[in-house]
Design a protein around this ligand. Structure first.
Ligand SMILES: [Zn+2]
Length: 126
């Protein structure tokens, strides 16, 4: 007979994810993903430079963490507040950069979705 513990059901896993994120209604500010199982807490400035967290989907979290690799290295052993603020602003700029890229894509999908419902523009009209 197996001595394995009972697996948590889907709702228990969802509740655990909500607890990990710290709130029930979180959504990725870049793509809108709101399934708590897909959200992770991202250190906006980078783990070393600050504790400000944002719920970000796993894919966008991966992109943002990769972008942080290009941020400047620490100036010295001891961090100062100006350096922390600078890294927070860099992280915020990364987040906005991804959000703006999504914002530029979205209208194209809207237009592509609605275009088939309208007759093609007539070439003989002024
Ligand atoms: Zn996302």
């Amino acid at each position: 007979m197996s001595r394995r513990t009972k697996k948590p059901d889907a709702e228990a896993r969802r509740q655990r994810a909500i607890q990990r994120i710290g709130r029930d209604n979180a959504a990725c500010p870049i793509c809108g993903e709101n399934d708590p199982r897909c959200l992770q807490l991202h250190h906006i400035a980078g783990r070393r430079y600050g504790d400000e967290l944002a719920p970000i989907c796993a894919n966008d979290h991966c992109r943002l963490s990769d972008m942080q690799i290009d941020h400047p290295d620490a100036i010295g052993e001891k961090l100062n507040n100006i350096e922390r603020i600078a890294h927070f602003l860099l992280g915020l700029a990364d987040l906005l950069e991804l959000a703006i890229a999504k914002l530029r894509e979205f209208p194209k999908y809207l237009i592509a979705d609605i275009a088939p419902h309208y007759p093609a523009a007539r070439s003989d009209m002024p």
